[in-house]
Design a protein around this ligand. Structure first.
Ligand code: MD6
Ligand code: FE
Length: 216
């Protein structure tokens, strides 16, 4: 038996099914790292990270920005996708081709051909930041999957089921891992446990997560 590169390096299979329609692709984004980092830098220069407020008035611990035709925003009036960055009054930065390609190839690897995302939410987790269990349901097209790319510090991804009360399974996501969920698990509850402190060689004391969606 020959182990492939990922088996050797991470001692984990390169592809882990976590539910019907849901898979973790270990290290899938790593080959694109040299192109991803400058692309992200450019996005953040145009649309800096900001900590948004929930409709209930709480400030999120995760800082966010977006690229693509539309971006996900939350404020006192609710959650929505908007073509305009409320901080700048300008359109969100375009989605760089390397990100479109990464999302499309990961989706295909997860069993979802022809994924054409129009939104990429960029999340920054600093130590202690967390995301409580939720469903991604502000999109109109649930046929398309969610593609989620992890960079920087490791995090514990909580993946539950169709009901909020379904006990989530904890999956450790590290730099370069990509999670894809769609079809039967498209609306499954998920979240991120409070980020443990640490230092990543490229990203320092943070985790960056990119979530790609087709919103319409
Ligand atoms: C993650 N993120 O950070 C998964 N969903 O691994 C999400 O599920 C997510 O970061 C909606 C909005 C922001 C997110
Ligand atoms: Fe989500």
């Amino acid at each position: 038996m020959t182990a492939d590169l990922f088996d050797t390096v991470a001692d984990l299979p390169a592809r882990e099914a976590i539910a019907e329609g849901a898979v973790i692709l270990r290290g899938f984004a790593r080959p694109l790292e040299p192109e991803l980092i400058p692309a992200l830098r450019e996005i953040v220069a145009q649309a800096p990270f900001r900590r948004m407020f929930t409709p209930g008035g709480y400030q999120m611990s995760v800082a966010m920005t977006n690229c693509g035709t539309v971006g996900w925003v939350t404020d006192r009036s609710g959650y929505r996708y908007d073509g305009i960055d409320p901080e700048s009054g300008k359109p969100w930065p375009a989605m760089p081709p390397v990100l479109v390609r990464l999302a499309r190839e990961a989706a295909a690897e997860g069993g979802f051909d022809d994924f054409a995302p129009d939104a990429c939410l960029v999340n920054r987790y600093e130590p202690g930041a967390r995301l409580s269990l939720h469903q991604d349901k502000d999109e109109t097209d649930f046929a398309a999957p969610i593609v989620s790319v992890s960079l920087g510090l490791p995090a514990i991804f909580l993946f539950g089921g169709p009901k909020r009360s379904d006990k989530p399974v904890r999956h450790r996501l590290t730099h370069g891992d990509v999670a894809v969920w769609g079809g039967p698990s498209r609306l499954f509850f998920h979240g991120v446990a409070p980020l443990a402190d640490g230092e990543h060689a490229l990203f320092g004391r943070q985790r960056i997560n990119l979530t790609f969606r087709k919103t319409r």
